[in-house]
Each structure stands twice: as structure tokens, then as C-alpha cells.
Design a protein around this ligand. Structure first.
Ligand code: ADP
Length: 254
């Protein structure tokens, strides 16, 4: 039941016993099946709508180019670009959810991966600093997907701490059984009441942040999918107006 509570809707509790606990287990499993079906139906609808919206959006874009230049045209163009980005994100996140299970596992040096990602963020305030050494830290991981997860977390850390004086800190910690990448920012933080839902698709802590930061609440749910597929973990600790720390734990044999 804990597994189901953690979001694994494929899990079923054993129905072996021959007493009222068996009835309870059956009822529980039926309920999980129904929730799982409802969630799939919801996702399918979202995907269908997103696919369907692509052609009219393309037509709108072509139509827009026929209009004379002006401020209205510019703002319409911005709206269309935003809609296109949203649709691309929805379709991409879904593709990731369905293919996260099929990982292309390689020998990945997490230190090197972080080093490769950092230059992409170099001009963004308040910057990223590496704390400690990025020594060789090898894990069995999908290089591309681990990179997507790390990039998302670093991107969020910068996005939500633009006005902070202190840079984002990235630390690599080797522990028994796992290697952790810890990304800490000193930004706006997340209200405590939002934190339990933060890994759900489309959940945003503050709806008014959307325009400013351009996200749709898909990043963290995608990171969680990727980490779970690796047999790893993602953890978020945050204090409003003080900052957020996200820990990605990649499992190791030792
Ligand atoms: P988005 O694309 O909206 O950033 P995410 O799934 O990556 O979507 O994050 C979900 C929400 O969690 C964000 O909308 C934001 O409110 C909050 N959030 C994520 N990371 C941070 C962070 N480092 N600091 C503050 N808030 C964050």
C-alpha cells in the first residue's frame, strides 16, 4: 500500500489470505485499477487534444504572417509561440514517461556529466558553483535521461533564484549504495502546502509564476519518472523565501 501511496499504480497487494483482509485487499486493488484507468484516460485525452491542436496552430502561424507588422501581430506571435511550447512540452513529457522504462544504461561519470552541463547555464544569474570536488563518480545510468533530469533541476534552481545574491550550489556526494547530486538554491522556495504535490504533472506552486518563468509544471514529474526508472530517488526540501534543495540519488552496487 505504501508503494501505491508513492504513486506506483501498477502495484497490487497480495490477495492470498482467506479472511476479511482478502476482501479488503481485493477492494483496494479494484480501486487502484480504476484510479489507474482514469489517469490513463486523462493523459490520453490530453495527448489527443495536444496532437489535434498542432495543425490549427500551424495554420494560425501562416495566417499571422499575412498580417501587417504591428504591436498586435507581435503579441499574437508571442501567444502562438507559447502555445506551441506548451504542446511540445506535453508531448515530450509523455514520450519521456512512456520510454523512461527503456533506459539505455551506460557507465556514466556523474562528475563529468555535471561539468558538461554547467556551460549551458553560464550567463544566467545568479550562476552555479560546484562545491567540493567533482571526482570520478561512476553509476550505471542512461546518459541522456540522467542529463535531462539534472538539467531540469539546475534550470529550476536558477529560474527560481534569479533575484538571489547567492549562486546555486551543486555538490556530488558518494554514499553507501548511491551517489547523490545535490542542487541547492537560495531562491523563492516552495510553500509547505504545495510540497506534497510538487512532483505531479502540471502542478505549479504559484500559478502566477507561469508567465514569468515559462514552465508548465512538467519538469519535476519528468525528473521523478527518470529517477524511478533508474531505481533511484528524488527528494526536495524547501523553505519559502529561503531556498530549495533537490537531491537526485543514483543507485550504485557499493
Ligand atoms: P516548471 O516548468 O513550472 O518549473 P516543474 O515541474 O519543474 O515545472 O516545477 C513545478 C513547480 O515547482 C514550479 O512551478 C515551481 O513553482 C516549483 N519549483 C520547482 N523548483 C523550484 C525551485 N528550485 N525553487 C522554487 N520553486 C520551485
Amino acid at each position: 500500500m505504501t508503494q501505491v501511496g508513492d504513486g506506483n499504480l501498477e502495484h497490487r497487494v497480495p490477495e492470498k489470505r482467506a479472511d476479511e483482509f482478502r476482501d479488503l485487499a481485493e477492494a483496494f486493488n479494484d480501486m487502484v485499477t480504476r484510479i489507474s484507468k482514469a489517469m490513463h484516460a486523462r493523459e490520453q485525452l490530453l495527448l489527443d487534444v495536444s496532437h489535434e491542436l498542432r495543425s490549427p496552430l500551424t495554420r494560425l502561424k501562416i495566417g499571422l504572417e499575412m498580417l501587417p507588422e504591428g504591436t498586435k501581430k507581435e503579441s499574437l506571435r508571442e501567444d502562438i509561440i507559447e502555445m506551441e511550447k506548451m504542446i511540445t512540452d506535453i508531448l515530450e513529457a509523455s514520450r519521456m514517461r512512456h520510454h523512461a522504462g527503456s533506459l539505455n544504461i551506460q557507465d556514466v561519470d556523474l562528475g563529468k556529466l555535471i561539468e558538461e552541463l554547467i556551460p549551458d547555464f553560464k550567463d544566467l544569474p545568479p550562476g552555479i558553483v560546484i562545491k567540493g570536488e567533482l571526482t570520478e563518480n561512476r553509476v550505471a545510468a542512461d546518459y541522456e535521461k540522467a542529463g535531462i533530469a539534472l538539467r531540469n533541476i539546475m534550470d529550476n534552481a536558477l529560474k527560481y533564484s534569479q533575484k538571489s545574491e547567492q549562486p546555486v550550489e551543486v555538490t556530488l556526494v558518494s554514499k553507501p549504495g548511491c551517489i547523490e547530486v545535490v542542487v541547492r538554491d537560495h531562491g523563492i522556495g516552495i510553500p509547505a502546502e504545495d510540497q506534497p504535490y510538487i512532483f505531479e504533472p502540471f502542478y505549479r506552486a504559484d500559478k502566477s509564476r507561469t508567465r514569468e518563468t515559462g514552465g508548465y509544471g512538467l519538469g519535476l514529474s519528468m525528473c521523478k519518472t527518470i529517477m524511478v526508472a533508474h531505481g533511484g530517488q528524488i527528494e526536495l526540501n524547501s523553505t519559502l523565501n529561503q531556498g530549495t534543495t533537490v537531491t537526485l540519488a543514483f543507485p550504485t552496487d557499493t
